[in-house]
Write a protein that binds this ligand. Structure first.
Ligand code: MN
Length: 510
């Protein structure tokens, strides 16, 4: 058998994924996610877009300086200030690079950039040269490549390689291409560009026509050796190629492709759950690899087969993606040690004062409900208060509701360090609570979605509330959990308001 080749996984969950509606994460949450990506073994992490805002700059810097292992890159436009911001954020990090991009399609150059193609090309070369003055790890992307003129792409990419780019990424920015077409494009570029055999070709596919994974695979077959993808396939519009699907594709069909990735597949499920917890946005139940039904067998004939031999209907095991069948539950007699052990088994690392906080909340929860399930623990661990960065904090709340009374909420909050109180009514207790918070924070947002979900079964289950709010066309989501759903609603709303404040402060990416 011929030698197995390695496909590099470039994760852009924290950049392309995070900039899509509802997926905003703060710096602390991004760092938690980045640590899981590193643990999982991704080769490169695109931590963000350093020039987008001071908050993004700091987040990129923190991730770059904290992680050991993966290369951490920042995206930047071809503006020199952008390149300098990326370098400034990352220099001194153990392993870092710069990813610069500019539109290459006639449509984008004419209408979006309003620049002459020759000027665009010169700008790209300057940005690559500037990047190269800071680091050897320079990736260049001609945006909207799949709708660009191939002759122009060959010239642009050749010039960027001459200027020092070591990775050439071909983005299907709008999810327009097909497997045959991208195969031909990558093949042609590899053969025609200057020293095409000296650089790594990469792809970045979007899923607008449901082909992101198929197109990425076709690009690999044409010689690409890096794939840009995201956890749960999140990203602009219909999302990016899904990391977990690609990883398992290369693992399950390794013999056929003769390729593998460096990803520890047993960490995939945890990464997916963590992202869901941090953003409050679940994956669809039928999502490949990580959806709730991905390994569920409903038809009797299938169940019968799986019991006799799992291979009858399973091409991979749930364990191979990290789904554990252990349903051990904890209760109020469980100690700190048992809790810490369970948290570790779930894939989280919590220690010191953070463990104290989680243990305190666990005790409070265990007093309220008999059994504490894995999902409850996950919620406690990931619902860390973003203290220090948050503008708004909920201190206390009382709500009166019932028959023959006007639902009224009294809320105490800390806003920019000042304690403030307010009481207001609503057409129900949740409405009263949110109205009061809105008055206190003087928010102009509109609530676009409100969802309650019981984390586990039973009336003592914790309520998990997800709210989406919108302001000036920007959308964010917040999640809150509590056995009291009114309190869970208030928590979720405050998380969303804090995220909105964070989002307002930055210019949006590409
Ligand atoms: Mn993209």
């Amino acid at each position: 058998m011929s030698e197995i080749e390695t496909i590099k996984i470039f994760d852009t969950t924290l950049r392309d994924g995070e900039q899509s509606p509802g997926f905003t994460m703060n710096a602390e949450e991004k760092l938690i996610m980045a640590q899981q990506l590193a643990k999982m073994g991704v080769d490169t992490i695109e931590a963000g877009f350093a020039a987008a805002s001071p908050g993004d700059f700091e987040s990129v810097r923190d991730i770059g300086h904290t992680l050991k292992g993966p290369m951490v890159v920042s995206l930047c436009r071809t503006r020199i200030e952008d390149v300098d911001a990326a370098a400034e954020a990352l220099k001194g990090s153990p392993n870092w690079g710069i990813h610069t991009f500019v539109a290459a399609s006639p449509l984008h150059m004419k209408y979006k950039l309003q620049q002459d193609p020759e000027d665009v090309l010169r700008g790209a070369v300057k940005a690559v040269e500037r990047s190269k003055s800071f680091t050897d790890n320079v990736e260049f992307s001609p945006e909207d490549a799949t709708r660009s003129e191939p002759e122009f792409l060959v010239r642009m990419v050749s010039e960027c390689i001459r200027a020092g780019a070591t990775v050439i990424n071909i983005p299907d920015t709008v999810g327009y291409t097909t497997p045959d077409e991208i195969y031909q494009l990558i093949d042609r570029l590899r053969n025609e560009v200057y020293q095409g055999d000296q650089v790594t070709f990469s792809v970045h596919c979007h899923n607008d026509l449901g082909l992101a994974v198929a197109n990425s695979l076709a690009a690999v077959r044409a010689g690409a050796r890096q794939i840009e993808c995201t956890i749960n396939g999140i990203g602009e519009r219909a999302g990016n190629a899904s990391l977990e699907e690609l990883v398992m594709l290369f693992k399950v069909r390794k013999e056929m492709f003769g390729m593998e990735t460096n990803i520890v597949s047993e960490e995939l499920y945890h990464a997916s759950r963590l992202l869901t917890q941090l953003t409050g946005i679940p994956v669809q139940p039928n999502k490949a690899i990580v959806g709730a039904n991905a390994f569920a067998h409903e038809a009797g004939i299938h169940q019968d087969g799986v019991l006799k031999n799992p291979l009858t209907y399973e091409i991979m095991t749930p364990e191979s993606v990290g789904i554990k069948s252990n349903n051990l539950v904890l209760g109020k007699h469980s100690g700190r040690h048992a809790l810490a052990a369970r948290i570790r088994e779930l894939g989280y690392e919590v220690s010191g004062s953070e463990l104290n906080r989680v243990f305190g909340e666990f005790k409070r929860l265990a007093d309220l409900k008999k059994t504490v399930y894995d999902e409850d623990i996950e919620a406690l661990v990931t619902q860390s208060d973003t203290t220090g960065q948050s503008r708004y904090r909920l201190l206390s709340m009382n709500v009166v509701s019932g028959t023959n009374t006007v639902p009224t909420a009294t809320v105490e909050m800390e806003i920019d360090g000042q304690v403030m109180r307010e009481a207001h009514f609503g057409d129900g207790p949740v409405d009263a609570a949110l109205n009061t918070i809105k008055r206190l924070t003087q928010s102009k947002c509109t609530l676009t979605q409100y969802k309650v979900n019981a984390i586990t079964g039973g009336t003592d289950a914790q309520g998990e509330v997800t709210v989406s709010i919108e302001e000036n066309g920007k959308a964010v989501t917040g999640r809150g959990t509590d056995p009291d759903i009114i309190l869970a609603s208030a928590k979720a709303f405050v998380v969303a308001l804090n995220r909105m404040e964070y989002r307002k402060k930055r210019i949006e990416g590409v």
